[in-house]
Design a binder for this molecule. Structure first.
Ligand SMILES: O=C(O)CCC(=O)C(=O)O
Ligand SMILES: [Fe+2]
Length: 144
């Protein structure tokens, strides 16, 4: 669970800086207080506004690697404003095994994008000083 305190102002403040998830999939349920913004491939920030009965399902870098970059792991950030505290409940699924691009996803138009790697090593890289220096941590860690 996460709690994002209400800033009690109309101005948007950062609750969580822009990042890509390291895992396979993230499933997020929020208490009807918006704040999750996703970046499109064109660099535009879009507010995610799920219905009260919807969940946000987000692709992380592990699934991006396994699909040879075909699934996009969007940068996202949490921006909050107003007087309501935002709560989210999240489920992260994270593979703790080797990630190898399947042959079926490699062809002339889609050359291999990532070296076979242990996802635990990738997570360690993400939280290291070296990892912190890179915006696209997956590419920096195992990009081809
Ligand atoms: O609170 C949210 O909507 C998502 C939080 C998030 O992006 C994360 O914990 O990785
Ligand atoms: Fe996230």
């Amino acid at each position: 669970m996460s709690e994002y305190r209400a800033p009690n102002s109309d101005e948007k403040v950062t609750g969580y800086i822009a990042h890509q998830d390291t895992n396979w999939l993230s499933i997020v349920c929020q208490n009807e207080v918006n704040g999750n913004e996703m970046q499109t491939r064109d660099g535009e920030w879009v507010l995610v506004e799920p219905s009260p009965t919807s969940l946000i399902v987000n692709v992380g870098n592990a699934l991006r690697a396994w699909t040879n970059d075909r699934l996009h792991a969007p940068f996202h950030r949490i921006m909050v404003s107003g007087h309501a505290t935002r709560y989210t409940c999240m489920l992260f699924s994270s593979p703790n095994f080797m990630i190898q691009v399947p042959n079926e996803l490699v062809d002339e138009c889609h050359p291999p994008r990532f070296k076979t790697h242990d996802n635990d090593d990738f997570i360690r890289f993400c939280v290291s000083e070296e990892g912190a220096r890179h915006e696209d941590k997956l590419k920096a860690f195992c990009g081809l």
